[in-house]
Design a protein around this ligand. Structure first.
Ligand code: THU
Length: 162
């Protein structure tokens, strides 16, 4: 044949609302929702909050921080990963929740990480182990993924540079 079709797939779980989550996941999502208040997003007016459950049981949060020089802005997920690695080593992320609060629109469905964050999440998981992701707005449906790397099939990684 010389060629083959390859199907890449992964499972996720959808919940109708945060009320159906385990206590630990609900607590982490609540922390991500609350963290949106510390976002600095005067340009997009799209406030994102991320919260991580660490291996010592602590919950740490991050938010998007924009800048008048637009490309200098950084997403909540990358702020959070950098903070965890820098401040909480050797503890690592067991689960991450992401929520958002737009100034003008509803926050009633899950958003998932941008492409750049997927790349950084993928390398984080390679370095420190994979973790669950909980995605939701301030209300409504919640999506739970087993690992962030599922969001970036065929990822480019450090192994190519060795
Ligand atoms: N943003 C995040 O912080 N995380 C995401 O998952 C999606 C996008 C930020 C980047 C920018 O500050 C604003 O949301 C609008 O794109």
């Amino acid at each position: 044949m010389g060629s083959r079709k390859v199907i890449l797939s992964f499972d996720l779980t959808e919940f109708d609302s945060g009320e159906h989550l385990s206590k630990a996941d609900a607590e982490l999502l609540a922390a991500a929702r609350k963290a949106t208040q510390y976002s600095y997003a005067p340009y997009s007016k799209f406030n994102v909050g991320a919260a991580a459950l660490l291996s010592d049981g602590r919950i740490v949060t991050g938010t998007n921080q924009e800048n008048a020089s637009f490309p200098a802005g950084i997403c909540a997920e990358r702020v959070l990963m950098a903070a965890v690695i820098s401040q909480y080593h050797p503890h690592h992320i067991l689960a991450m929740a992401i929520s958002y609060k737009p100034e003008q629109a509803a926050s009633d469905h899950p958003i998932s990480p941008c492409g750049v964050c997927r790349q950084v999440l993928s390398e984080y998981e390679t370095r420190f182990g994979s973790f669950k992701m909980i995605l939701s707005g301030l209300e409504g449906k919640v999506i739970v993924l087993d690992k962030a790397t599922n969001l970036l099939p065929l990822a480019f990684g450090a192994k190519e540079l060795l």
